[in-house]
Every structure is written in structure tokens, then in C-alpha cells.
Design a protein around this ligand. Structure first.
Ligand code: SF4
Length: 267
């Protein structure tokens, strides 16, 4: 890989307002290359010339110390990258961090699209407070186009089952939901016995490049859905997601599942 370099970072914990005290992003950039990636703004912010998905900076930390006052705080891996993207296989930055914190009281949450996380089960099973989630929104064939370098959703589900069987708290994030493409209820059926809760989020196409990518995909592969996507993402008609939320809640009542809708239902 050409676009890989090492960069100095102050600390592996960065304060965040994402529902945890800290975020940990061992890398800048993400080679999973999802065409709808929300973390692309990092590229804009840093004024990078390379397209998102084609570069990775590997962070070098001066140490892996945790302040006593940070000991029982919460941290999410990761907010603007995937801690288990392909380069982690050889660079082992995430593993290195885990080796330094697995005995701490940090409350750790992972969200990933990779089954590489199974490599670190030896450390993850020893943590006092750990929750592991997988983002799953597409079938394998569609994911090959939309999330070209991530593990196939079927592999993520297999990893979810292994981790849940290892008695680690797990969740599935059905996101982003692509209208009429993401089969929300098929995914629920596949994962409901292997996770503690399921979250749902809509597709966000505020980034112009993401919108162009997704509309190109829809025009090519699902032209019949183009009017629906224009309605939702250009005319801001939220009725598709509002109706979906109703159906999800009905389903949750029937099966007594912990289902959490995080997308806005009124707009
Ligand atoms: S895995 Fe996450 S951070 Fe990586 S490209 Fe996909 S959406 Fe972006």
C-alpha cells in the first residue's frame, strides 16, 4: 500500500461527545472504503488530496498510560475510522492499546465492520466492561459494492455469534438503512438471538460526494428506486423512515426485543 504513513499523536484517548467520554481512533482514514462513509469530513478538514478510502495514517503514541481519573470512563473504538480495518492485521495498533488497557476499569465499546476482532478475543474476554457491535445493513453482494474492503456481512454475523457465545455483550447497528434495499427484518431475524440489543439509523447523504456515490449506485442498480431516493434526500420527505419506525416498534413488541431507533422520526 502506498498511502500509508506514521504520524505522532498525543494520546490514544480523545474526549468526545458521542455518548462516551472518549473516542479511540488508532488510524486516520479507513481502507474499508464505504461509498457513504460519514467520516469523510476528516479528509476535508485536513485538506487531504488523496480520496477517502485510499490512505491510512498509523498513529504513534508516546505511551499508553491512563490517568487515574480516566480509569472508569467510557471509550468507543472508533468514531472516524474502523479499528479493525485491514491494516490492523499487520500493524496491530488496536491490539497494542488493548494489551495496555484490558486490566483497567475503562468501559469499552467497539463498533466495527470486520471479523478481525476475533483475533483479540483473548484480551476482550478479560475486560471488566466491554460491548462489541457490528454494523450490518446490506446483503453480501450489495456490500461488495458499497463497502468494498470491509468483511462481508455474513462474516460479521458469524463473528457476532462467536463473540456472543463467549459471553461478551453484543449489539448490532443496522445502519445506514438504505430505503427498499436494506432488509431490516431479515437482518433482525438473523441476529436477534446473538445480541443484547439492536440499533437502527437512517442513511445520511449530507456529504455531497456520498450523495453522488449513492445516487450513481441507485441509478445503475436500482433505477426504479430513484424517485424514492429523490423524495427522501432532495425533497426531505421523511415518511419512509417514519413508517419503518412504526413497523420496527410493532415487531419489537411481538418478539420482546430491545430495539433502539436513533434516526429522527419527525422532520
Ligand atoms: S468502516 Fe466506517 S469509517 Fe471505515 S469507510 Fe466504512 S463507514 Fe467509513
Amino acid at each position: 500500500m502506498d498511502n500509508v504513513k506514521y504520524v505522532n499523536a498525543k494520546h490514544f484517548l480523545t474526549p468526545t461527545g458521542l455518548g462516551t467520554d472518549y473516542a479511540c481512533n488508532p488510524y486516520v482514514g479507513c481502507m474499508h472504503g464505504c461509498i457513504y462513509c460519514y467520516a469523510k469530513f476528516v479528509s476535508d478538514y485536513q485538506k487531504r488530496e488523496e480520496p477517502w478510502g485510499t490512505f491510512v495514517d498509523i498513529k504513534e503514541y508516546p505511551n499508553y498510560d491512563i490517568l487515574r481519573s480516566n480509569g472508569d470512563k467510557s471509550v468507543i473504538f472508533s468514531s472516524v475510522t474502523d479499528a479493525y480495518q485491514p491494516i490492523e492485521k499487520t500493524e496491530r495498533r488496536t491490539r497494542k492499546i488493548l494489551e495496555n488497557i484490558y486490566e483497567s476499569r475503562l468501559q469499552v465499546r467497539f463498533l466495527t465492520k470486520s471479523d478481525l476482532i476475533l483475533r483479540d478475543l483473548d484480551l476482550l474476554t478479560q475486560m471488566q466492561s466491554i460491548e462489541i457491535g457490528f454494523s450490518i445493513a446490506l446483503d453480501d453482494e450489495t456490500a461488495k459494492i458499497m463497502e468494498p474492503n470491509a468483511a462481508l456481512p455474513s462474516k460479521r454475523i458469524a463473528a457476532l455469534k462467536t463473540i456472543h457465545a463467549a459471553k461478551i455483550s453484543t449489539f448490532v447497528f443496522i445502519a445506514p438503512i438504505f430505503p427498499k434495499i436494506t432488509d431490516v427484518f431479515a437482518i433482525i431475524a438473523m441476529v436477534k438471538d446473538h445480541c443484547d440489543y439492536i440499533m437502527f439509523d437512517s442513511l445520511n447523504l449530507k456529504h455531497a460526494e456520498n450523495k453522488a456515490n449513492v445516487f450513481k449506485f441507485i441509478s445503475t442498480s436500482y433505477p426504479e428506486l430513484l424517485p424514492l431516493y429523490q423524495n427522501i434526500f432532495e425533497k426531505r420527505d421523511n415518511s419512509y423512515y417514519r413508517n419503518l419506525a412504526v413497523l420496527i416498534r410493532e415487531y419489537a413488541n411481538t418478539f420482546n426485543l430491545d430495539l433502539r431507533i436513533v434516526f429522527p422520526e419527525s422532520r
